[in-house]
Design a protein around this ligand. Structure first.
Ligand code: NAD
Ligand code: ZN
Length: 260
């Protein structure tokens, strides 16, 4: 099947679905200029993510971990949602996409305008006190690192889920419930190797549902995907939304013709 044929098939499956859930990863934000973990991170490529995004690393050297997060915050605070994020807003408005479960910590789905977003791994725009759990919203990266809790003056940590940490119970339960209900999972820009997020599409598959995946390369989910769209998220999603809108418009037009 050619590319247009694949887009058409994916769009029709989305329109026919009763309950589509999105799963997004770092790939959807790559075109907003936010580096994925499994790419070249320039300055930081000499560190492994697993050596920075862990509670052990933070205990050992909070300043180094904050330096990395400050660098990431600078990129994220300057980033804007891209056409891929906006296409997901359209799919939600059309009533097709019920919710997005994201592994991203950049907050771009909210910024784009999606209403139902579950952030499995927290949000880099928030800090959390390691002692009293007080949460702080950052409007810009903290000037002095490591930043301190305004309540009890202990250290703040980024309010994100690190390797080896559990996903907050509420978010995890909501994600599992949604994926258990879904008859279609739209999986975008994730390597699928971070668990339990990578497992979520498997629930849909086990329940007899369908998987549409968009990624520039194969992932740990591709083997169970019914449709694999090998392209950038912004391109594939924009095409899908255009196809669906055109089809809905022509249906409306046909209906009004019939009434005459
Ligand atoms: P990942 O870095 O492991 O994988 C990124 C995936 O995106 C890859 O499969 C890659 O092929 C694909 N990709 C790259 N560019 C793409 C594009 N333009 N369109 C479609 N796909 C594209 O990311 P992950 O699977 O999300 O998991 C790793 C962890 O990284 C998560 O826990 C997440 O919290 C964290 N992370 C988040 C951000 C962010 O918030 N933007 C950035 C980096 C890492
Ligand atoms: Zn505190």
């Amino acid at each position: 099947m050619d590319f247009e044929g694949i887009i058409e098939k994916a769009s029709n499956l989305l329109m026919d679905s009763n309950f589509t859930i999105g799963l997004t990863g770092a790939g959807i934000s790559a075109e907003s200029g936010i580096p994925t973990f499994r790419g070249k991170n320039g300055l930081w490529s000499k560190f492994k993510v697993e050596e920075l995004a862990t509670p052990e690393a933070f205990n050992r050297n909070p300043k180094l971990v904050w330096k990395w997060y400050k660098w990431r915050m600078e990129i994220i605070f300057n980033a804007r949602p891209n056409a891929g994020h906006y296409a997901l807003v359209e799919l939600e408005r059309l009533g097709i996409l019920k919710c997005i479960v994201t592994q991203n910590v950049d907050g771009l789905h909210h910024l784009a305008g999606n209403k139902c977003v579950i952030e499995l791994h927290g949000n880099i725009r928030r800090g959390r006190c390691i002692k009293c759990n007080y949460k702080v919203i950052f409007n810009e990266p903290p000037e002095n690192i490591p930043p301190k809790c305004p309540k009890c003056f202990n250290l703040l940590r980024p309010d994100v889920v690190w390797f080896g940490e559990a996903i907050p119970k509420n978010e995890l339960e909501r994600a599992f419930n949604l994926f258990s209900k879904a008859d279609l999972a739209l999986v975008i820009g994730t390597s699928g190797i971070v668990q339990p997020a990578g497992y979520l599409p498997y629930i849909v598959k086990e329940n007899g549902g369908l998987i549409i995946e968009i990624n520039v390369e194969k992932s740990a989910i591709t083997s169970i995907a019914d449709i694999f769209i090998k392209d950038k998220a912004s391109i594939a999603l924009s095409k899908i939304v255009k196809y669906i809108k055109d089809k809905l418009t022509s249906k409306l037009y046909d209906a009004s013709e019939n009434e005459l």
